[in-house]
Write a protein that binds this ligand. Sequence first.
Ligand code: AMP
Ligand code: GLY
Length: 424
Amino acid sequence: MRMKIMVIGGGGREHAIIRALRKNRDVETVYALPGNAGMEDTVCVNVAATDLEGVVAFTREHRVDLAVVTPDDPLVLGMVDLLEAEGIPCFGPRRNAAILEGSKVFAKTFMKRWNIPTAAWEVFGDAEAAKDYVQRADLPLVIKADGLALGKGVIIAKTREEALEAVDRIMVQKVFGKSGERVIVEEFLEGPEVTLLTLTDGESLVPLLSSMDHKRAGDGDTGLNTGGMGCIAPNPFYTPQVHRRCMEEICLPTIRGMAAEGRPFRGCLYFGLMLTEKGPKVIEYNCRFGDPEAQTILPLMETDLLQAMLAVTQNRLGEEDIRFSSDSSCCVILASAGYPGKYEKGREITVPGDLLEHVYMAGVAREKGKLVTSGGRVMGVLGRGASLSEAVHQAYARVDRIEFENRQYRRDIGQRALAVTGGK
Ligand code: AMP
Ligand code: GLY
């Protein structure tokens, strides 16, 4: 059967998903809403990922055989519920399961109910009570807005002043709007961070490759938090022993708990983990593929992504054998000058033709036939090799051949991991 697929979203992650889906010859047409100007073999449709009515209207005019809903906000808003009501098979959780990312208070109370290890925490619906607690608690503290906040709702406060200011910004100045009606104050955890992406149909859970994102803007993990400036996979801190423990103590209890609460999770469940001295703990759940984690791991996937996604939507993931290459990969993000603050736009981009297949386009647009920058994270550049050091090398050699004015990127993606692998 020749299939028509609709992918919601328009970043590098969606570009990587579309490329992986396109490897299947049964795919006839891919619509991306809104997609971006750098996506090949894709029909980009000018409907925003959060425009629920617009997306439903599009599917009434264009029959699609599968919808892949990728970004957090449409998932949390319930796009999958609406599309399923139209009879469209969807890869992505329903609203009642996406709440695992949509409300940190839900996620924390859920982990408490199911005894899943996470940082100690308190929740406050009142600024004065939160400030009172922050005056007494041990430092450093982590302050989190309850709802979605474009990845900016987490503040790590080393001093009481910073903690008080964070509570004030979230709850009094309401910089994240309704997302900040409740605030979580959390214990600061230390250890290497791991992203584990998994596929689940609500009953079975299949781990994909582990990876390590680099969230801060500057080398050596300095500067502001971003959506992610680069990633490597697999993550060498995530050993088979750690994996067994994470599956038993975290991943399986999570999907069982969600199913038992009548919220079966179907889609990609993202476990943000901290490997502390006291064992692995959950920092956050996301209800979707990570960006740039998807760009980093999907090129190493040897099993067909479309088949795996269909198995998820048809509740038969348990029958699938999902395999990855033993190679390593490294994705370096090229960003516009100023990102994650106010950034430049409209710079002309030059990518040599032989590199295009290794580049995942994100914040790009077409102006007078030329590709130009239009977003903060412009593209991800992939390297791959039998060892992590080869992958890192190849990624940076490719970065050197790509041009746009004032591009900004980290020079140290993979260095923390290479310190564990002994430089290999
Ligand atoms: P998030 O926006 O939830 O992805 O969090 C951003 C980053 O903040 C995470 O990737 C961690 O590096 C850091 N973080 C979140 N919670 C904690 C915590 N309890 N202890 C230490 N770091 C944390
Ligand atoms: N790279 C982190 C995220 O996608 O949330």
